[in-house]
Write a protein that binds this ligand. Structure first.
Ligand code: ZN
Ligand code: ZN
Length: 329
């Protein structure tokens, strides 16, 4: 990329690449050697020769994508030297095991944030502030309209939503990895009957538990359950079950979706859910600005989402050398 004397990290059609170490970061396609920032499927591609990641991410990857992947796991903060380039992983606060990737060669220091969050989350380590010369920061929610409310406020909203309808089942759709565990760590069913989770969520809960994350108690929702005994209960289910065939099994049901995207009113309306809860595991507008400023980086690249507004804002206001990375097809 521009301004890097050594051109340490370049952007290619398969993703971000460090040629000096022949290593890819969250590649979109199979490669020889990949560093994986976290275990969400859009950051993982099957068929790579070797995967390098945090210990927690390693466990999650095996559970999600099979045991026969060639893994090399490293602790946060530990250095891994490949061809004279120093790699290390640092918490990004997004989900269990999620990592920022620091890459150093000589005096040049790069940081790739991966997906990150600045709000506190009991289910994963908090974002670690790191200074760098070159920053590649995610910008999934890089618009000023994204301004998260506190987790407590959203949890209260969800609790009220469930407890208000004693005669129907409340289904809250959410991602099985990360969001579900974060919600469970805060929710408590004292204002309604019980919380049930889909088995895909339970599977992830067990790994969280293994790493010391408690308070994820919930009953398992499966097909043997008498579906109409679930009135006044909260069900956390993956989005794949948001279809008419499944929902028509319930006599009375209402649906919600927990996602940062639910802060866009038009999207909320179009999505068809009865209710949207805007809770995200990504940084919002102010969280991104804080992250970029704290890095003290002289060269900033925005990755994922539409970062044009954020780039323009920081260029105009702070005179930052910042640009959006365009996807290379
Ligand atoms: Zn993610
Ligand atoms: Zn992502």
């Amino acid at each position: 990329m521009v301004n890097s004397k050594q051109n340490l990290i370049t952007q290619k059609s398969k993703g971000l690449y460090c040629e000096s170490a022949n290593i890819w970061i969250d590649p979109y396609k199979p490669v020889e050697k990949a560093i994986i920032s976290h275990a969400h499927s859009d950051h993982f591609s099957k068929g790579c020769g070797e995967y390098i990641c945090s210990i927690e991410t390693g466990f999650l990857l095996r559970k999600r994508f099979g045991n026969n992947i060639n893994l090399k796991v490293i602790d946060y903060d530990k250095k891994l030297l490949i061809n004279g380039i120093n790699f290390s992983l640092h918490p990004s606060g997004h989900i269990l095991g999620s990592s920022q990737i620091k890459i150093m060669a000589g005096s040049e220091k790069w940081l790739i944030t991966g997906d990150l969050k600045r709000q506190k989350d009991n289910t994963c380590e908090s974002y670690e502030r790191i200074k760098s010369d070159f920053l590649i920061c995610e910008s999934t929610f890089g618009l000023p309209i994204f301004n998260w409310e506190s987790t407590d406020k959203i949890i209260d909203d969800i609790t009220n939503w469930v407890s208000q309808s004693e005669d129907s089942t409340s289904i809250l759709f959410c991602y099985s990895l990360g969001k579900a565990q974060r919600l469970l760590s805060h929710l408590n069913s004292k204002n309604f009957k019980n919380i049930y989770v889909h088995k895909s969520i339970k599977k992830m809960n067990l790994i969280y538990k293994k790493f010391g994350v408690e308070h994820l108690e919930a009953k398992i929702f499966d097909n043997d359950l008498e579906i109409n005994n679930l009135k006044n209960n909260l069900l956390l289910l993956p989005l794949s079950l948001n279809n008419k065939n499944f929902l028509k099994k319930f006599k009375k049901v209402k649906t919600g979706f927990a996602s940062g995207w639910m802060s866009i009113r038009a999207l909320k309306k179009r999505s068809g859910f009865d209710k949207g809860f805007a809770i995200s595991d990504h940084a919002d507008w102010n969280g991104l600005i804080k992250t970029i400023k704290e890095s003290k980086a002289k060269n900033i690249f925005l990755n994922h989402g539409d970062g044009e507004s954020l780039a323009k804002f920081l260029r105009d206001k702070e005179d930052f050398n910042i640009k959006q990375l365009k996807e290379i097809k």
